[in-house]
Design a protein. Sequence first.
Length: 139
Amino acid sequence: MDRVLSFSGGTVPVSEIAWRFDPSGGPGGQHANRANTRVEATIDLGAAGDMAPEVRQQLIDRLGNELRVVVDETRSQARNREIALDRLEERLRRGMVTAKPRKATRPSRRARRRRLDEKRRRAETKRGRARIDPSSFDR
């Protein structure tokens, strides 16, 4: 395979991916029991690929030292390999996305007033449910 996994921070050649193949298991008769169609693909992020050191460190911080994908969705090893490559590439891309920092906001004056009015109404409703002291009645 001459495919290269590319993402915003660099590239990882497929030759640097460690592959492992096992029987898939599940239904399928003799084919499922004998064919090694389950694919496990692993990338060592500390050593693999062409990327800047800060990009490598960002990926390691977010994804760990090793990025591993297991696929056994189809009965074809070749198709499972393609799915594994697609998933590895997607995880590398997601590992580069930085979350936008939250901007602190304040509730508006009207929103605060509405909240307090609702609290007063709720308190009045609950106060109305209290037991009445019989000694407070005039006979």
